[in-house]
Ligand binder design. Structure first.
Ligand SMILES: NC(=O)c1ccc[n+]([C@@H]2O[C@H](COP(=O)([O-])OP(=O)(O)OC[C@H]3O[C@@H](n4cnc5c(N)ncnc54)[C@H](O)[C@@H]3O)[C@@H](O)[C@H]2O)c1
Length: 423
């Protein structure tokens, strides 16, 4: 047994809503109680540097943990000059790639918020760098840690629920997100890339049963006119359909509806539900209708939602009289740090590459296992781009005769290859 305390030093790129909701509570929790595993002993995790556009929101956190507050155009370069082991990327989705690439090039383990990146070419580059540098490159999909989704996956893995045929998923965000919090970067963006990925990953990871399947095609449409002009590139709501094909020729179809223009006083703030239909069963789930309904005069639904989801992230007075903040949104980040700690401190130096391989094989979060989600996102971005340019109704075929991701435009001969390799 060793009493030496190990430490992972972290740089955080992007200090916005998700940092405040999940990363900061994790860093605060781990400052009180280090990670601990039989193989590693105690491992401290220290937030050493923050990078953001203005540094304003980050200032208070930097002061609280004596971290360097990097901001402005050189923020990332400044952050990477610090002595770090890990870089977490929580910038807007079209700014993940550069930060993740630079982090890996500097030899850091990297954690990226969903969606990892917007194109398979970018994903290939991150995976190549992770291999070259012998580091982890992982993606946060917290819905996989939701107990209800764990149970769904358990049922599919055990063939209790057998052979999914179709389903729908809906995730609706309030107007305050698109018009307030995200106003700086929302131009040209869409809510599908932002949140449909939660369900793309859930389908891809949890619903794959014993009969192999693969992503076959993607279509999408959407509405404009509230967040931006009705003929512009910024989308209010998006509906996409993804089709998987089983090796026996049967197909499964999923409709994913997303929006960031629902009313701010909507009861649960964020509205999320799914239905999946199998050969032998139906699974219905609603994120906030899990039993609690509460109304507090003058404070609901603003401060206290009518139907809160306490499983994702909540502050609690524990029965043993300590206050805590926990939930699967925080748990999934802690799990990443446990995986890094295991790679770096979980045994002898000679066996590090074995431990690295072991963690990479946990496909729920590894960038190398994010291909179908990134393919669907790349297809969606291309279809919406064409739509905004006056060509609605495009279809992307996956792994057809001419390429890995191939865009077809109605009424036009020929095709555009978005990605030539196999998805
Ligand atoms: N896991 C989830 O459920 C969940 C929820 C919300 C957001 N997210 C993801 O987290 C990411 C950030 O979302 P958010 O809600 O925190 O956004 P946000 O707009 O609240 O914050 C974005 C942050 O990134 C910083 N930033 C922007 N451009 C930068 C750059 N070039 N270099 C350095 N910093 C930069 C901004 O200054 C800000 O601190 C997105 O990828 C989003 O998809 C995930």
């Amino acid at each position: 047994m060793t009493t030496q305390t190990r430490c992972l030093r972290v740089g955080m790129v992007g200090v916005g809503m998700i940092f405040e909701e999940t990363y900061w509570p994790f860093f605060r929790n781990v400052a009180h109680q280090p990670l601990h595993h039989r193989a590693t002993g105690p491992v401290e995790v220290e937030l050493r540097a923050l990078a953001s556009r203005t540094g304003q929101r980050a200032k208070v956190y930097a002061e609280r943990c004596s971290a360097v507050n990097c901001h402005g155009p050189q923020a990332l370069e400044q952050l990477l000059k610090q002595d770090l082991d890990v870089v977490c990327v929580a910038t807007p989705d079209d700014r993940h790639f550069d930060a993740a690439r630079l982090g890996l090039q500097h030899g850091k383990h990297v954690l990226i918020e969903k969606p990892s990146v917007l194109a398979l070419q970018q994903l290939d580059e991150l995976c190549r760098l992770a291999e070259q540098q012998q580091r982890l490159c992982r993606v946060v999909y917290h819905k996989l840690a939701d107990p209800d989704h764990k149970k769904l996956r358990t049922h599919v893995a055990g063939s209790v629920l057998f052979h999914v045929n179709n389903g729908y998923c809906s995730l609706l965000e309030p107007k305050s997100i698109s018009k307030g919090q995200f106003a700086e970067w929302i131009h040209g963006r869409n809510p599908g890339t932002y949140v449909a990925v939660h369900y793309l990953k859930l389908i891809d990871f949890c619903l794959a049963g014993p009969i192999p399947w693969s992503l076959a095609r993607v279509t999408a449409t959407g509405q404009r006119g509230l967040v931006g002009p009705s003929d512009g590139p910024t989308w209010d709501s998006v509906q996409m359909q993804v089709i998987y094909r089983y090796v026996d020729g049967r197909e499964a179809a999923f409709d994913l509806h997303t929006s960031w223009v629902t009313p701010d006083n909507f009861p649960g703030y964020v509205e999320q539900e799914v239905q999946f239909r199998f050969d032998n069963g139906v699974w219905n789930a609603h994120q906030r209708k899990r039993g609690v309904e509460v109304t507090i005069e003058n404070r609901s639904p603003g401060e206290f939602k009518y139907t809160p989801n306490h499983h994702y992230n909540g502050t609690f007075l524990e029965p043993w009289n300590v206050t805590s903040q926990r939930g699967y949104g925080i748990e999934i980040i802690q799990r990443f740090f446990e995986e890094v700690a295991y790679v770096e401190f979980g045994g002898s130096a000679e066996n590090r590459s074995h431990r690295l391989r072991e963690m990479r094989q946990l496909s729920y979060a590894d960038a190398s296992a994010d291909r179908n989600v990134v393919a669907a996102v790349q297809a969606l971005e291309a279809i919406l781009g064409r739509h905004a340019a006056g060509q609605p109704g495009c279809l992307v075929q996956v792994n057809d005769d001419v390429g890995g991701l191939v865009l077809y435009t109605p009424g036009k001969a020929g095709h555009d290859i978005l990605y030539s390799g196999r998805v």
